[in-house]
Design a protein around this ligand. Structure first.
Ligand SMILES: [Zn+2]
Length: 62
């Protein structure tokens, strides 16, 4: 198991998400915890900004 493609099914079609995913995987394989967290935070921010319309479990919109 390489741990790929089992995160957010709704984000798999987004290239930016994939890139964050990949970088996070790389950081994890290099045991770079801070970078891994960084990727996760950045991806979350990206999802909140770009996928807010599709996200159902996010914060309520104004
Ligand atoms: Zn995305």
């Amino acid at each position: 198991m390489s741990g790929q493609g089992q995160e957010d099914p709704r984000a798999t079609e987004c290239r930016t998400c994939q890139e964050f995913d990949l970088e996070e995987a790389v950081a994890r394989s290099e045991r770079d915890g801070s970078r891994e967290t960084d990727c996760r935070v950045l991806r979350r921010r990206h999802i909140a900004a770009e996928h807010a319309q599709h996200a159902e479990c996010g914060e309520p919109q104004p």
